[in-house]
Design a protein around this ligand. Structure first.
Ligand code: PMP
Length: 430
């Protein structure tokens, strides 16, 4: 356990003790807890956040990938402040949701959209839509891919349990998962075998096209093409869960790979820090939604604050130019970690895509979940606490990745690498 961390975060520790009596593990999301106790934040601005002890951190977690625009971007603050005066929620449809829908259709090459607030909701809706459209029940997901906190896809994903078909959480009835099939990421032969047996009962395959809940493992293009071909042959849909990828490359992973899935899901970064999610796709598929047709609802769906923030984010902030700026800084950070690994001669590999990257304490980047869970994560925790102790939030967990926002600077990257060099050197020596 890291002495500096404990010395610098006394108030977080006291708050944690208090929090535990009113919130399980003292947090509102399991992913915000770590040993020995998490820090509690009070404020964020640009690339920085501050905790209750007054420590300043350069933040690379960026709200688990939400804050591609950085914390409290002044233009978003202004936009939301004005929006609040015109109402935070109107109940009936908000005028500007139409404008936003068109922006998303253009940018992500989809025909129709429906809004909700979180990624979890949108993936849940997507699989319902796919089942209704195909009149089939089975869904194929990939091991290690995360699609939110609802029951139906919460299988074979962190916390790490290697045996196949293990629900990730107690409280999920086996029956709920009886129509969920699990395949290995980037393994075309395995996928084909599964499809040969079940293909005619499959409604959809859902995937994170760049897997970002086991670090960062992009799909091989050939693998993706194979999956699309099989989906066409067997009549099931392809769903891209772009909750993370949608904000980390200008037109998302579908734009990056030049593929058009039947449905995509967007969330996190698209509304500049406010809650907004989207299920979108081909007209004929999305047309199953409607009164007395497929259920889709949500009180906060397309609320004015999120819609206004999103229009502004997509048209003024996450522009091609600004995204290029962030890609470039991401390359610097990734390259910097590779240099450190060479310099110190340690087993550390780097994976990057768009505005994100991650490190693995392994000689090579894992190809799939099975390789990922074999990595010993003990060094990662030492690295993490030491990075925090020196004012850098490198990412949120060993299965996460950093996000470079349009408000990060080259100095932020330099500082990150200086601290990483020092921390990794010490880790090697101990
Ligand atoms: N899909 C993916 C790929 C995600 O990374 C996440 C969240 N990390 C979700 C879905 C769930 O989104 P939310 O937490 O907004 O419900």
């Amino acid at each position: 356990i890291n002495d500096i961390y404990e010395r610098k975060t006394r108030l977080s520790y006291y708050l944690y003790r208090e929090a535990r009596s009113v919130m399980p593990y003292g947090v509102s999301s399991n992913y915000r807890y770590w040993e020995p106790y998490p820090i509690y934040l009070v404020k964020g601005k640009g690339s920085r956040v501050w905790d209750v002890d007054g420590n300043e951190y350069i933040d690379f977690n960026m709200g688990f990938g939400v804050l591609e625009v950085g914390h409290s971007h002044p233009r978003i603050v202004e936009e939301v402040r004005r929006a609040v005066e015109d109402s935070t929620i109107l109940g009936f449809e908000y005028e500007k949701s139409v404008e936003l829908a068109k922006i998303i259709c253009n940018r992500y090459n989809v025909d129709m959209v429906r809004f909700s607030s979180t990624g979890t909701e949108a993936t849940m809706h997507a699989i319902r839509i796919a089942r209704a459209y195909t009149k089939r029940k089975k869904i194929i997901k990939f091991e290690g891919h995360y699609h939110g906190s609802h029951d139906q896809l919460l299988i074979n994903v962190n916390p790490m349990r290697l045996e196949s078909r293990v629900p990730t959480s107690p409280g999920i009835p086996e029956e709920t998962l009886s129509n969920t099939l699990v395949a290995d990421w980037n393994d075309y032969e395995g996928f084909e075998r599964l499809v040969r047996v079940h293909g005619n009962d499959v409604a959809a395959v859902i995937m994170e096209p760049v897997a970002m809940n086991m670090g960062l493992i992009p799909a091989d293009l050939d693998f993706l093409k194979g999956v699309f071909d099989l989906a066409r042959d067997y009549g099931f849909l392809v769903i891209f869960d772009e909750v993370k990828t949608g904000g980390k490359f200008y037109s998302g992973a579908s734009g990056y790979y030049g593929l058009k899935p039947d449905l995509i899901i967007l969330a996190k970064a698209i509304a500049g820090g406010l809650p907004l999610s989207v299920v979108a796709g081909r007209r004929k598929v999305m047309s199953v939604i409607g009164p007395e047709k497929v259920a889709h609802g949500g009180t906060f769906n397309a609320n004015p604050l999120s819609v206004k923030a999103s229009i502004f984010t997509l048209t003024e902030l996450l522009t091609q130019n600004n995204m290029y700026y962030a890609y470039r800084l991401n390359s610097l950070l990734s390259k910097g970690y590779e240099d450190i690994a060479d310099d110190l001669d340690i087993d550390l590999s780097v994976s990057m895509w768009g505005t994100s990257g991650t490190i693995y304490f392994a000689e090579k980047v894992p190809k799939n979940y099975k390789e990922f869970v074999r990595i010993d994560q003990k060094p990662w925790y030492v690295y993490f606490l030491n990075m925090l102790a020196h004012g850098i939030i490198p990412m949120a967990d060993y299965d996460e990745q950093w996000t470079i926002s349009i408000q990060h600077t080259e100095e932020d990257i330099t500082r990150h690498l200086e601290v990483a060099q020092m921390v990794l050197k010490k880790l090697k020596e101990d």
